[in-house]
Design a protein. Structure first.
Lengths: 111, 137
């Protein structure tokens, strides 16, 4: 047993929250964005994206599943034999999620 | 347990080929579940890009929406949807294991906990659809 302190619980918490958001909310958004709008079942000019609480909702919807991706992808790559470069993978995955969070905030503030 | 760690060079480390997850159906399904997160993330980035188009005006937003009506994009969204639904179902199944629900002394069967999650999922999805239809311009 070691009592070493790690940041693992922090990243696991974000992974878990992102998993919940993705499980409950992402499929219906794929239906809307991927099918209903392009196929013309629904017409939209995007006015709803200027509503402040919609922006907060979208920030949660888009940013949290990125940490879910980071955690799963990092461990999947490790399990596929890339453990020797796991430090670089951690930077790529978790760093990517952090950059994604910043870009999401920037886009939502811009529109 | 003592605080000393064994010498790492003396530990037994089985060599796993990079393709171990192709050797058994359950391993393969595990890896598919892990990879579902890639398609979910890709979808969200496309969605973010679509929202970004709004900063260039509603015309840019609408024209990007129309661009998504191509066989390639429809196929991408179909694959993303299948992976997303697979993530949802497996997530609710594992939630039922990780967070067991008790009613008094009795443990609620896992299948019922999973079914309740799926019920909440359907209600939330309908809620998002209704809100979107109410707010769209």
């Amino acid at each position: 047993m070691t009592t070493e302190k790690t940041t693992e619980p922090f990243w696991w918490g974000l992974f878990s929250a992102g998993g919940v958001v993705a499980a409950f909310l992402v499929p219906v958004h794929i239906l809307l964005v991927g099918f209903a709008l392009p196929l013309g079942w629904v017409i939209d000019t995007g006015a709803l994206y200027r509503i402040w609480w919609v922006k907060i909702y979208l920030f949660v919807l888009i940013s949290l599943p990125l940490y879910h991706w980071a955690h799963r992808f990092y461990f999947a790559l490790n399990d596929m034999g890339l453990k020797p470069i796991n430090k670089a993978l951690a930077v790529l995955c978790y760093g990517g999620a952090i950059i994604g969070t910043a870009v999401t905030a920037w886009v939502l503030l811009k529109v | 347990m003592s605080g000393t760690r064994p010498d790492p060079s003396k530990l037994y480390r089985p060599k796993m080929p990079a393709t171990w997850w192709l050797t058994k159906k359950s391993y393969f399904l595990f890896m598919l579940r892990e990879l579902s997160s890639v398609f979910i993330a890709l979808f969200l980035l496309v969605y973010l890009y679509q929202i970004y188009q709004l900063s260039r005006g509603p015309e840019a937003y609408i024209s990007f929406t129309e661009k998504l009506n191509s066989p390639g994009w429809i196929l991408f969204h179909l694959i993303a949807l299948l992976f997303a639904v697979y993530h949802s179902v497996t997530w609710f199944q594992s939630s039922a294991v990780v967070l067991p629900v008790h009613l008094g002394e009795r443990l609620v069967p896992r299948q019922i906990v999973t079914a309740l999650h799926i019920g909440v999922w359907v209600v939330l999805s309908l809620g998002v659809l209704i809100l979107f239809l109410a707010l769209k311009g």
